[in-house]
Design a protein around this ligand. Structure first.
Ligand SMILES: [Zn+2]
Length: 114
């Protein structure tokens, strides 16, 4: 696999939620830091080429070298710390409820001529 000439990224400098590690260290993945945001497999410390559709222009993040310098436990702890902060949570979706029509005030109701 050919890596890009860009400098090596350290996994510890990436946000924890853009990294996916396993306890065994197999199949680490990262969200592409070049901007496309796709989850890409890291093999031999190099991000795989993506997108893998034939004829597509490869993302500039393809071949990015990444050094996994955090353990699975450290990464999980960073993820837990982020989950506790309010910044990570999404706001609940607001749903507009239809408003019932406002009735005519009693003072404006005219008596019918009877
Ligand atoms: Zn990309």
């Amino acid at each position: 696999m050919i890596h890009s000439r860009r400098p090596v990224l350290l996994a510890s400098t990436l946000p924890a939620y853009t990294l996916s590690l396993t306890p065994t260290g197999e199949h680490p993945m990262a969200a592409c830091p070049a901007g496309c945001g796709r989850w890409v497999l890291i093999r031999r410390h190099v991000m795989m080429n993506h997108p893998d559709t034939p004829g597509a222009t490869p993302c500039p993040g393809s071949g990015q070298r990444i050094r996994i310098d955090v353990t699975f436990e450290q990464w999980r702890q960073r993820l837990r710390d982020i989950e506790r902060t309010a910044d990570y949570r999404r706001p609940s979706p607001s749903r507009l409820q239809p408003q019932p029509p406002t009735p005519t005030p009693v003072c404006r109701i005219r008596r019918s001529a009877a």
